[in-house]
Design a protein around this ligand. Structure first.
Ligand code: PLP
Length: 449
């Protein structure tokens, strides 16, 4: 397939199967989102299956140019639930998990253990025990005390831990400080100057530690490709040194995720095809030039797989004009279902789902209902809506549900998976009863009136 025919959802603001119907309503996968809002309530998370499928397809096409083995690992932290795991299985992807919760969700959905990679900078005893117990599962080691713990678990279980070392390549994408991870001061991973100690330790304990290779993840929402090439060069040099000094081959190379998506018109990320092709070529060239065997190549995208698939639907409640004459639309959700704007000033695009062609030159902000001044979903929305209108915020598929909270004691929205005219509930709406059910009152307080 020619690259011009490959659709990379991350280069669009709208989901792959989004259109406007004759009522001027937003439609996704052939479904009028206003009907969905009426049936399931708001706020409502919608996930477009076709966007996820196309994103995976674009990565697959790019990686086809790599002559060695290759796998797409989906970074579960972006959005994970049982249905998402089933999509991962169906699309033959691997999975990066960072918590017991993600790990057990994956196991319950029958994600193959050989496809699971356990990440994280503070893996618990339980997480490491489970990974080692399952044998085929890989552990991406972050620090020495974790490696020491993995060794002692492997010895006591008489099993081998399959490990990759997460390194800090010293490369920084141009993104928000909170989502940079490749720099030397990052809390994640091992500095290049420390790596010899780890490799000697592994060699001295090779009965229980099976060294597979390296991992690096430089950050998130990267909008340029050269940082990935730079990181691969560092990994290549490291693989060469590791082989010549320690006799350990890099059989597996996980170059991380981090490709950005189009939240607003000004974002111009490379497409997933271009990104994965660049990685494929860069790893091939780097390793061949260094005279190394080609490793099994893994990429680990999260945001760029599910981000554009997601749309959040809110209903406008009260409308207020502020002292600076700007209009403020308050919606029935906000930072509890999408903490990204208040956490790292993330930008979004919004439309009126029941009047898609309407636009306004007015200064309009869409604010959440939570008790923080920073709870603003979109600052300059360019729309003018009124009470009862439905607002669609695009690009909310990644790091919304997974970072959501019960702030102000609010239940999380429901989530629907939309595919070919069918809407399936994949996350039930959390009710107030769900929250209260977790509460316990000490006996001495229960007696109080
Ligand atoms: C180790 C690792 N891999 C992959 C990802 C996915 O990144 P993104 O969602 O930007 O593709 C992350 C994100 O934090 C990560 O920490």
């Amino acid at each position: 397939m020619g690259s011009h025919l490959i659709k990379s959802p991350n280069t669009r603001i709208w989901p792959h199967s989004a259109t406007i119907n004759k009522l001027d309503h937003l439609e996704i996968a052939g479904l009028d989102v206003c009907d969905l809002a009426k049936k399931y309530g708001t706020p409502l998370w919608l996930m477009d299956y076709a966007s996820i499928f196309q994103a995976n397809e674009a990565c697959k096409r790019g990686l086809e140019h790599y002559p060695g083995e290759k796998t797409i690992l989906y970074a579960g932290k972006a959005f994970l639930c049982l249905a998402m795991c089933k999509i991962i299985n169906q699309l033959d992807m691997g999975l990066d998990v960072v918590s017991l919760g993600e790990f057990k969700t994956a196991l319950q959905a029958n994600v193959k253990t050989q496809n699971i990679f356990l990440h994280g900078n503070n893996k618990s005893l339980k997480e490491l025990e489970l990974a080692i117990e399952l044998e085929q599962c890989k552990i991406v080691v972050d620090n020495m005390s974790e490696l020491t713990l993995a060794l002692s678990i492997s010895k006591s279980k008489q099993k081998k831990a399959r490990i990759l070392l997460r390194i800090k390549p010293g490369i920084e994408p141009d993104t928000h400080d909170h989502i940079k991870t490749g720099q030397e001061t990052s809390k994640f991973g091992i500095g290049l100057n420390e790596i010899n100690e780890y490799l000697s330790f592994i060699n001295a304990n090779d009965e229980n530690l099976d060294f597979l290779g390296f991992h690096a993840h430089i950050g998130s929402q990267a909008l340029e490709l050269d940082v990935f090439e730079d990181s691969i060069k560092v990994l290549g040099d490291l693989s060469l040194k590791t082989q010549s000094v320690h006799g350990l081959k890099t059989r597996l190379l996980d170059v991380g995720g981090g490709l950005g998506i189009t939240y607003i018109e000004q974002d111009k990320p490379p497409g997933l095809y271009e990104w994965s092709l660049t990685i494929a070529r860069s790893v091939q060239e780097t390793y061949q030039k260094l005279g190394l065997d080609l490793p099994h190549l893994m990429i680990e995208p999260g945001r760029s797989i599910v981000g554009t698939a997601g749309v959040t639907i809110y209903e406008v409640g009260h409308v207020k004009r502020l002292a600076n004459n700007s209009l403020c639309l308050a919606v029935d959700g906000g930072m509890a279902d999408n903490p990204r704007p208040s956490t790292y000033d993330a930008k979004y695009t919004a439309k009126i789902a029941n009047a898609m062609s309407s636009e306004s030159a007015e200064k309009v902000s869409i604010v959440g209902k939570y008790c923080e001044s920073g709870d603003i979903i979109v600052k300059d929305a360019g729309i003018e809506a009124g009470t009862g209108d439905l607002i669609a915020v695009f690009g909310t598929g990644a790091y919304n549900y997974s970072m959501s909270s019960n702030y102000n004691r609010t239940g999380r929205p429901a989530c629907l998976l939309l595919k070919d005219g069918q809407a399936d509930l994949i996350l039930e709406r959390e009710t107030i009863d769900d929250l209260i059910r977790q509460d316990r009152v000490p006996a001495w307080l229960a007696r109080e009136r």
